[in-house]
Design a protein around this ligand. Structure first.
Ligand SMILES: [Zn+2]
Length: 243
């Protein structure tokens, strides 16, 4: 098993390359590039949340409880929360992550169970997509993919570390195939991970539309906010507005 330092180094290098690629080849802003690099780096710790060994769980949960509310600012704005309500939401998210989510990992995951899997990586990516709405859909997908890359780098490293090279011979350790997998031996684990994946995918599928609708409402209830109104709302063709 690759250790904590190896994982974080690899995902940080991958994140730096991904940030560079996004900023200089895909037209992302510097901030998006740096943020994606950071998300990829941190995501390299995520799979070992099931290891119960302390460091990944403690570090990741503290980091996430601080950063997730900041990443959700656009989400809060779309819900038209006041700054006070945003602060309150940040507190609730902190409590939810530090106490509930951590406890769920402590109790319900086994090391190298279904949390170390490709569908788990996909779920985490979709969850990141749901948490961080961005005006530009491209930037939103770009940042979500950063999370998946970090997670996958971890899984790949775990597999590489389970190949043993001794006396000129390659040998597979028993852990081989337990990280980069689509399903495991435990049926309930499989059902649970795929159920979550489909749920998140379903939510994400409808999400962009919901946000568009919220923004549309904002534009029409607060016309002074609207800088540029592209298309008139569809009802105008039946009820023309008298000017
Ligand atoms: Zn691992």
């Amino acid at each position: 098993m690759a250790d904590f330092k190896t994982h974080i180094t690899a995902s940080t290098l991958a994140g730096a390359a991904y940030g560079y690629w996004g900023t200089f080849h895909q037209g992302m802003s510097i901030e998006s590039g740096l943020l994606a690099a950071g998300l990829c780096s941190v995501s390299g710790m995520l799979p070992d949340l099931d290891s119960h060994s302390g460091v990944p769980l403690r570090e990741t949960s503290m980091f996430a409880s601080g950063v997730v509310p900041m990443l959700m600012i656009n989400r809060f704005r779309d819900l038209e929360l006041s700054p006070e309500a945003m602060a309150l939401a940040a507190m609730l998210i902190y409590i939810a992550i530090r106490f509930f989510i951590v406890e769920i990992f402590r109790r319900y995951t086994v090391h190298r169970g279904m949390w170390h899997s490709i569908p788990a990586a996909a779920s985490v990516g979709i969850l990141a997509y749901l948490v961080m709405p961005t005006p530009s859909e491209g930037a939103r997908v770009y940042k979500s993919v950063a999370v998946v890359i970090g997670f996958m780098v971890h899984l790949i490293l775990d597999e590489i570390w389970s190949i043993d090279y001794r006396r000129g011979k390659f040998r597979l350790k028993r852990s081989f195939g337990t990280a980069l997998k689509f399903w495991g031996s435990d049926l309930s684990g499989n059902v649970s991970v795929y159920a979550k994946l489909f749920l998140f995918a379903y939510l994400a599928w409808g999400d962009q539309e919901i946000i568009e609708r919220l923004r549309e409402r904002e534009r029409w209830t607060q016309p002074h906010v609207a800088q540029h109104q592209e298309a008139p709302p569809p009802w105008q063709q039946w009820f023309p507005v008298q000017r």
